[in-house]
Design a protein around this ligand. Structure first.
Ligand code: ACO
Length: 433
């Protein structure tokens, strides 16, 4: 890769009775890594890194994060610039293709999004067969993997990957909107060719035969920004899952479906739903903010302040700062007073002035305010993580592509340190205690 520099110096590792030199290299933003690939062969040992938090699993040129400085860049562009000036479709193109689209490129990509927005009519049987209370993430994950049965040759004859990426990005939006309509027992609204990506989604979600839905420009703008801010975040839990699945040679849909499932967890993308539930709980508990701050600090209590803290950011998450602005702006324009916003602000203020959170560098993350914006748009709480998945899809696709195109492709297979019982004799049933 262009940004990779092999350093002349070596890292030196001293083990009992052994001293070995390991290659050192540097990424384009100065991040240094020790190549430990030969460690097992040369020194008979492996490295241990609980949860991979200090391990680079791959070389990637898609996204850069400096968690200490609160920097996030997609393909070299600052998130603040991208979110201020681009549409989600432009950003999707940027992530998948590595460059900002020219006007004709964007037009073609947008046309592909429109052309491939429908899902096979037979797929509607899936929605009908799911229990009405199904979580939308369960539906999304099943439907995405099912796409591989309906469109098995989707990647054939698409050498530049444009149509493949656009099809998936477009169909996921349709699946999400259809699942919402089905959950309400309402007729689905088909995608429209005359509407751009976000407006089309809002129309599919909220248009109804009995009530005209007005697509408001401020809502379209807020949705574009939210999806952009979710579009990629380097090797987080769901993206690493996508890459892991891709490394086995599994198809694009299987890998995306795995990404959806990994995102669902409340410590990852599911936090946006958990934040709204937490804020409601606080309101119903007489706005007792002190109690919830104390619970979050109590090591005997499993409660955590949802939407706070991040595995990589030890400074403000740049996305959360931006989102807070979008939130204030949208609610003001829509003249919405949401009591949850008030609780969120009070909770943030209390946490940011508390030594527990200060010492541990725990700040609001991307999920802290995003749910309040989605509520203002009309998205139900159980669909918040689906919105995250729609936004994250271009990033996952880019990482899937980077993995399968890698000249030095390798199936991902971490090691473990076994700590279970040593070999023991089998005990027949009649002698077991
Ligand atoms: N509330 C209370 N304490 C917290 C929180 C929190 N939200 N987050 C971290 N801590 C504490 C931990 O208990 C730990 O304390 P200790 O040092 O006394 O043991 C310390 O801060 C460090 O926490 P770790 O769990 O080691 O931090 P890590 O970086 O591994 O975890 C995570 C990151 C999972 C995001 C965590 O901060 C968390 O659970 N946050 C709440 C859930 C959430 O908002 N997730 C969304 C993240 S953004 C995203 O994935 C899209």
């Amino acid at each position: 890769m262009d940004g990779l520099t092999q350093m002349s110096e070596k890292a030196v590792l001293t083990l009992p009775g052994k001293r070995i030199e390991l290659p050192l290299f540097e990424g384009s933003e100065g991040e240094r890594a020790i190549d430990i690939g030969a460690l097992r062969k040369e020194a008979g040992c492996i490295t241990f890194d609980n949860g991979f938090s200090n391990t680079a699993s791959c070389l990637s040129d898609i996204c850069f994060i400096d968690g200490e400085k609160g920097i996030l860049r997609y393909r070299g562009y600052d998130i603040e610039d991208i979110a201020a000036h681009c549409t989600f479709v432009e950003v999707a193109y940027l992530l998948v293709h590595g460059k900002l689209p020219t006007e004709p490129e964007l037009k073609t990509f947008s046309e592909y999004l429109n052309e491939h927005s429908m899902i096979h009519e037979d797929m509607q049987n899936f929605f009908n067969g799911m229990p009405p209370q199904s979580h939308p993430m369960a539906i999304l994950s099943s439907m995405v993997t099912s796409l591989s049965s309906f469109y098995p040759h989707i990647m054939d004859a698409d050498p530049n990957f444009d149509i493949t990426a656009a099809r998936l990005i477009s169909k996921v939006r349709t699946i999400a909107a259809f699942s919402y309509k089905k959950s309400r027992g309402e007729p689905v609204v088909y995608p429209r060719h005359d509407l751009p990506y976000c407006a089309n989604f809002l129309n599919m979600m909220f248009q109804s035969p009995v009530k005209q839905y007005e697509i408001r420009p401020e809502v379209v703008e807020a949705l574009n920004k939210l999806l952009i801010l979710h579009a990629d975040h380097e090797q987080n839990c769901s993206t690493s899952t996508v890459r892991m699945v891709a490394s086995s040679g599994a198809n694009l849909y299987a890998a995306m479906s795995a990404g959806v499932s990994a995102l669902w967890g409340p410590y990852h993308g599911g936090a946006n739903q958990a934040v709204i539930e937490m804020l409601n709980e606080i309101i119903n508990d007489n706005m007792n903010i002190k109690k919830y701050i104390a619970k979050a600090k109590d090591k005997n209590d499993k409660f955590r302040l949802m939407g706070f803290g991040h595995a990589v950011y030890k400074n403000f998450d740049p996305r959360s700062k931006f989102i807070k602005g979008v939130c204030d702006n949208l609610l003001a324009k829509m003249k919405i007073i949401d009591p949850l916003l008030d609780v969120a602000k009070q909770l943030e203020e209390a946490a940011l002035s508390d030594s527990y959170f200060i010492e541990r560098k725990l700040y609001p993350n991307v999920d802290f305010y995003s749910g309040i914006i989605y509520r203002a748009i009309g998205i139900p709480t159980n669909m918040l993580t689906v919105m995250f998945a729609i936004g994250r899809l271009p990033g996952w696709i880019a990482h899937w592509k980077e993995t399968v195109d890698n000249k030095h492709w390798k199936i991902w297979r971490p090691r473990q340190v076994y700590v279970g019982p040593a070999r023991r004799d089998f005990i027949p049933m009649n002698k077991r205690a």
